[in-house]
Design a protein around this ligand. Structure first.
Ligand code: ATP
Ligand code: MG
Length: 565
């Protein structure tokens, strides 16, 4: 049954046409995916569907009501999880659910809360303050609050941001369950593997609708244009750059030791170039995924080179261990967040630190960066313990925190000024670097906006800019691409790849398993412990041949749970 119908819908703000005359319909019993890059208009559209925003022109009917409508009768039927869900940080998990439940007059609230705590695996943490939850656990609690009263229309604005692969699948399954009750779900997402399994997708770009239909139809358009290049590359990252330099290539990504390529429309593959990149090179056609179609429809060629490193010198070779954790342990009361972790990271390496929500990743990052003291063991960077070290070492390190350390009431330029000062940039160099960051990350339209009101993707770009502008030798990236659109994610990885080619050492965490494939080494941590480690291919081989990183991640975690029981 059709529950939403929009005809020539428009939304204009002071200086922007956020939504430009779009028409679409949404049915119940289905999940409709809303995809598109930053600024496409996804959040504006969702807000109009909730009745919070008034359309400028056109017609919008939601659940039989003409929009805008904010009657309680209408609102009762809507479940809405905004990007920034308003949790009460000083209330416990349970109290948050209780509060939302009471506000909405939910009957048998106790049972509903138990159900939701089970689903989100938050039962064990029900008494923990929401403010002390890991990033992903907060998202899950937000969703649980939005579901407290079973709605007729569920609007989810990027619910998967910062959520681990296992929880995202669980989230998906729970929403699938809701469909049986004939609920309509609108799911905005930057995870294109999620878009691929939606019943329908609406693809927005700059306020216009580029496509509405099934993901399959869109994917089919890429048939015979996607290939896997395998073999023994002489230098994997150089090979990737060479491939991306080719005119006929639209996109190329590392998949462990292989490279997946995506050909421009009506172009032929110039195979000789690929054969020169290594020994025993093979090129085989493979099935397209939604991401291929997405890149194609937006016609965004992935850049081979990052402007970030154009003036950067190579990091001088060093035989020191760049990053080293030994028996690293952190306890919060009786709870062990990081449990006896050991690893070393060499120069010019990308070390992927993966794990489910609450595994202890951010806690470990913070100890390495000298923001938390270890309860036991040591964390050293460039041979020094940062907690006690002099500020000179700190200038060689960049840290992009999971939660913004930006100053929300300052604008972009002020933040760049402030962080360049902290990292010891001075005079002409400082001025040049700030201008360079504005150009590279395309901040010019946002310079006067307070960072608090920036879209999530832009905030992440600013955080990245602030952590790299002083040309650090060692870079810590705690979920750099969370909340970043698929095209910008590719840009981020072009930067990261170029930095390691210059000799920078990078420790990174992500919940996007395709990004894990870019790492040289991966450590999988769970419940504070390291449960597996190796190259992406080695990890996959632990689980089976032909498995994806996502399947590997899930399988290794589940296996650990089984053995622990
Ligand atoms: N100050 C604190 N007091 C109590 N518990 C804490 C504190 N900081 C973190 N924790 C707990 O430590 C565990 C690990 O948190 P951490 O933020 O390191 O997880 P994470 O692996 O980064 O997760 P995510 O993927 O969700 O970001 C979580 O259970 C979290 O609730
Ligand atoms: Mg974290």
């Amino acid at each position: 049954m059709q529950v939403i119908n929009a005809i020539d819908l428009e939304k204009n703000f002071q200086n922007t046409n956020a939504i430009k005359k779009i028409s679409f319909s949404i049915k119940s019993g289905k999940i409709t995916g809303l995809v598109g890059p930053d600024g496409a208009g996804k959040t504006t559209l969702i807000r109009m569907l909730t009745g919070l925003l008034t359309p400028s022109f056109g017609k919008l009917n939601v659940l039989g009501y003409q929009m805008p409508n904010t009657s309680s009768e209408f609102l009762k039927q809507i479940g809405y999880m905004p990007q920034k869900f308003g949790l009460y940080e000083d209330l416990s998990v349970y109290e948050n659910l209780e509060l939302y439940g009471n506000l909405q007059g939910v009957e048998n609230l106790f049972l509903r809360i138990e159900e939701l705590l089970d689903f989100t695996s938050l039962k064990k943490f029900k008494d923990r303050l929401a403010g002390n939850l890991s990033g992903g656990m907060k998202q899950k609690l937000g969703l649980a609050c939005a579901l407290i009263k079973k709605p007729k229309l569920l609007l989810l604005d990027e619910p998967g941001v910062g959520v681990d692969p296992i929880s995202r699948i669980e989230l998906w399954q729970m929403v699938q369950e809701l469909l049986k009750e004939d609920i309509a779900v609108v799911w905005s997402t930057s995870y294109l593997d999620e878009a691929d399994i939606c019943d329908e997708v609406i693809l927005l770009n700059e306020g216009t609708c580029l496509y509405q239909g099934t993901p399959q139809v869109l994917r089919e358009k890429m048939k015979n244009r996607v290939f896997l290049v395998s073999g023994e590359f002489y230098k994997k990252r150089e090979a990737l750059t060479t491939i991306l330099e080719q005119d006929e290539i639209l996109d190329a990504v590392l998949v462990g030791s292989k490279i997946r390529i995506n050909l421009q429309k009506n172009k032929l593959l110039k195979k000789d170039i690929y054969y020169s990149l290594g020994k025993d090179i093979k090129i085989e056609p493979i099935n397209p995924i939604f991401e291929d179609a997405f890149v194609d429809i937006l016609n965004e060629k992935t850049q081979a080179h990052s402007k970030l490193v154009r003036n950067m010198k190579n990091v001088e070779p060093s035989d020191k261990k760049l990053i080293e954790a030994k028996n690293l342990t952190k306890k919060f009361g009786d709870f062990i967040a990081t449990d006896n972790i050991d690893f070393e990271i060499g120069q010019g390496e990308i070390f992927g630190f993966l794990g489910p929500n609450g595994a202890g990743k951010s806690t470990t990052f913070k100890m390495l960066c000298g923001l938390l003291t270890p309860t036991f063991g040591t964390a050293k960077v460039l041979g020094e313990d940062l907690y006690n070290s002099k500020s000179t070492i700190r200038n060689s390190i960049g840290y992009m925190a999971q939660k913004f350390s930006l100053y929300g009431n300052l604008n972009i330029k002020d933040n760049l000024e402030f962080f360049s000062g902290i990292y010891g940039l001075k005079g002409k160099k400082r001025k040049e670097k700030i201008e360079e960051m504005i150009e590279i990350f395309d901040f010019k339209n946002y310079l006067q906006t307070n960072t608090d009101s920036l879209p999530l993707g832009i905030k992440q770009r600013l955080s990245l800019a602030c952590s790299v502008m002083h040309e650090p030798k060692v870079l810590f990236l705690d979920e750099p691409t969370s909340g970043v659109d698929p095209i910008t994610r590719k840009e981020f990885w072009t930067h990261i790849n170029s930095l390691v080619k210059k000799g920078v050492s990078i420790m990174v965490t992500t919940h996007f398993m395709d990004e894990a494939e870019y790492c040289d080494k991966i450590m999988l941590i769970y419940k504070g412990k390291a449960i597996a480690n190796g190259t992406p291919d080695e990890l996959k081989n632990l689980v089976g041949s032909q498995v994806s990183m996502q399947e590997t991640f899930i399988s290794l975690i589940k296996q650990y749970d089984k053995e622990e029981k």
